[in-house]
Write a new protein. Sequence first.
Length: 634
Amino acid sequence: MCGIVGVIGSREAAPLLLEGLRQLEYRGYDSSGLATINTQEDSSCGHLTCKRVKGKLGNLNALVEKEGSPGHLGIGHTRWATHGKPEECNAHPHRDVSGEVAVVQNGIIENHRSLRQALEKEGVEFSSETDTEVVPHLIARELKLLSKDGRQASGAMLLEAMHRVSPNLRGSYAIALIWAQTPDALVVAKRQAPLVIGLGEGEFLCASDTPALAGFTRTILPMEDGEIALLTPLGIELYDEKYKRQKRSPALLSGVEHVVDKRNFRHFMLKEIHEQSETAELWIARHLPTGLPLELPVALPFQDSFYEGIDQIQILACGTSRHAGLVGAYLLEQFAGIPTTVFYASEFRYAPPPLAPNTLTIGVTQSGETADTLAALAMEDARRQTCNDLKFISRQLGITNRPESSLSRQVSNILDIGAGLEIGVVATKTFLGQLLAFYGLTLAFAARHKRRSYEEINTLSDELKALPNQLREIIKQHDAISESLAHKFSETQDVIFLGRGINYPIALEGALKLKEISYIHAEGYPAGEMKHGPIALLDTKVPVISIAMPGVVFDKVLSNAQEAKARDAELIGIAPIGSETEIFDTLFPMPKVSEWISPLLSVIPMQLLSYHIAAHRGLDVDQPRNLAKSVTVE
Ligand code: AGP
């Protein structure tokens, strides 16, 4: 939620900030702003310029181009509104009353109300509704106290002010702040929100995420919780919570795709849907290479001991990642025979089940930054750590597309889904990557726990190897069908998605995709559940999209579809061509694959149909309203 960026060096800051923000726009895009400090020739003090706009980053670009924002030091922000509407007055940076201190923040200051009341009692006038605005006022107050003690304005003084303010801030935050009186100092602070420092040539940067740094440097220093740092043209000083100087070697950004490029596609989302055959190809090359022994046809990502002694699995995730977890749970239970439960991470945090022994906890998050998922994992780890019984020992695994994220710093076992950068705010190829990660785990557990015969395990592995070609074909075919069908949805207000068994989570995912980008109300149901209530909604205006893949529930799903047809609903089928599937008004033809692997294919028409419906309505598919790519607030 929100992206922050900061730079200090020898070049003009504003263009660098704008480029950094462009890479972070996926984190929020309802308003943006930047502040720079320009050194005055006749004094050591600088002049602070602040530009803020409502709406997309393009508006800020235009304003800065018109009015300029000089200086070699600056901070920038792209916002996803939490406290206060997306208006210019609530856009960051926020300043103190004198206008000399400017702050950008990502996260939530949970105790902002009490801090605000105290400051107001002291006579401070606020100019926004945000939680962030308390920070520049608190910093300004500390700076005043420090100068009363005889301290001269300096980067060290600004750093100390931040150090004094930090313990008073509750919640999660990544902060960057500048002060007109110190044109050679950028101070940053991090607690439970991502912040990475970049070491460039002749400049130092900070950003919420690495793509904002990748255009300038590949040398990075991810900050740890509680740390604060002073960035000057000469270097970086890093301190921990106790204000003890830290020495840590920087890391190199891995060689994964860091370039934001739409190629010839109209939207990133469409490009990313098309990239899924490649995602599968790469995954197969890594996890199902040829030449593996028959008794273990999957390359194990972890040592044997990781799989030993696991009696049950719990999966914590949000949104689309939770849907991947639901498919994963079906596979782990039904194929590998391990009892598996899936939780909304946000619910688990406050109502965890009683501790179960020998449990593996899996956190699924493409961004690796989702606050609810990270907090649920941390909470579960903490309650298991305090248990003396070895049976309750904490074993955790994170499944993510961002191996350099906060998740990876929190959880020791990481499965990198390697789907490449996903720019569209809604998850498509990362969902497929998460599903594949669960197929890999299922094969590994089934083989290690000897719950399936070699033959069954090898059959599943072989079916997965056929996936890239099948994906390529149906993406092409379903893209065309979806495009021609989209106009039928121009007046649609409600859609029902039905699926059963392993494809029930795909019905949920189909409904979520449609809601997210087309703003059409949609619900996913287990097909057999429709007659218990939702059927009352059906008429000619409510299309029903039914996933009927061959397998144990094939006939059942077709009967449920018939029930919808009898209520005049327009029926769209995700099913193989055949006499039984002639009941559908429109058919997205599917290959006759085994039920086990069917979700990897049935999700494609869900994504493409949502995409074309939204694009046909002229909506901003890649940056849908109110959403953000990583939800770093609770
Ligand atoms: C996906 O299209 C959504 N934007 C959203 O539900 C997302 O899956 C959820 O916020 C979890 O994100 P994560 O995978 O980064 O944890």
